[in-house]
Design a protein around this ligand. Structure first.
Ligand code: ACO
Length: 214
């Protein structure tokens, strides 16, 4: 019989994003992964990992887990779920893929996940519940607020500031010292050379605002 202690991690959201987080949790030594999802009990398995309940079940069981991660892509929803779980006393540690490079001088908030190949350079500060996705780079002295998603392959130059719940799309580029407002969207492949307002969506190279749909 093995003497290895079981270290359990709960993941809320049985999604593709959740599968990536599950593997990162395993690589960080979490030997037991339980998913929770509101499609339970119809959804009982995601790949080989069990779905053990819904959001309400998880709220009752947070103390059973050494770590609780929310794997929901929608930024505001993810932050609301974290808020509820933390109120119940959940431990929501940051999770970092072993191949990511996170400076010893960078800070990561609770519930933030850093995917494979990402780089976070010195004196950058990443808020709570952020996603720094595959091969994204956040250079020196950036300030990334809570609930921001930096999509795969996005690159932020030095001293960029991004406010709450903003989504930086796949492969975008952000010039140094740019300020991006809250709940904004930077489109896939955009290059941002001017500040972006709260709630604004910008697309293209160079990035320009588009009007919200009626
Ligand atoms: C691991 C993962 O999978 S992480 C997820 C990574 N995914 C992403 O990063 C996707 C980011 N999302 C986008 O880029 C989206 O296209 C958005 C959010 C910017 C816009 O989406 P929607 O609101 O649905 O807008 P819609 O598709 O109707 O496009 C609106 C207009 O913007 C244009 N547009 C949309 N996206 C882009 C883009 N990336 N670059 C240039 N123009 C764009 C459209 O052509 C359209 O123009 P038109 O009005 O002249 O026809």
């Amino acid at each position: 019989m093995s003497n290895r202690a079981v270290v359990s991690c709960a993941i809320l959201g049985a999604s593709g994003h959740g599968k990536v987080i599950a593997e990162i949790a395993e690589l960080n030594g979490f030997s037991e992964i339980h998913f929770y999802d509101d499609r339970w009990p119809e959804l009982a398995l995601i790949e080989h990992w069990p779905v053990s309940g819904n959001s309400d079940t998880l709220i009752r069981r947070v103390h059973d887990y050494a770590n609780v991660v929310v794997a929901i892509g929608h930024n505001v929803t993810r932050m609301n779920k974290y808020r509820t779980l933390l109120e119940q006393g959940a431990s929501c540690l940051p999770l970092v893929h072993p191949s990511a490079v996170v400076s010893r001088y960078a800070k990561l908030g609770y519930g933030t996940v850093v995917m494979a190949g990402a780089v976070i350079n010195p004196f950058s500060c990443i808020g709570k519940g952020c996603i720094i996705n595959t091969a994204a780079t956040v250079d020196h002295e950036c300030v990334i607020a809570d609930g921001v998603h930096v999509s795969p392959g996005a690159h932020l130059a030095g001293a960029v500031e991004v406010a709450e719940a903003t989504w930086l799309g796949i492969g975008c580029h952000i010039k140094q010292r740019i300020k991006i407002g809250s709940n904004a969207v930077v489109a896939a492949g955009a290059t941002v050379i001017n500040d972006v307002l709260d709630n604004q969506t910008v697309v293209g190279v160079p990035a320009k605002p588009i009007c919200p749909k009626e």
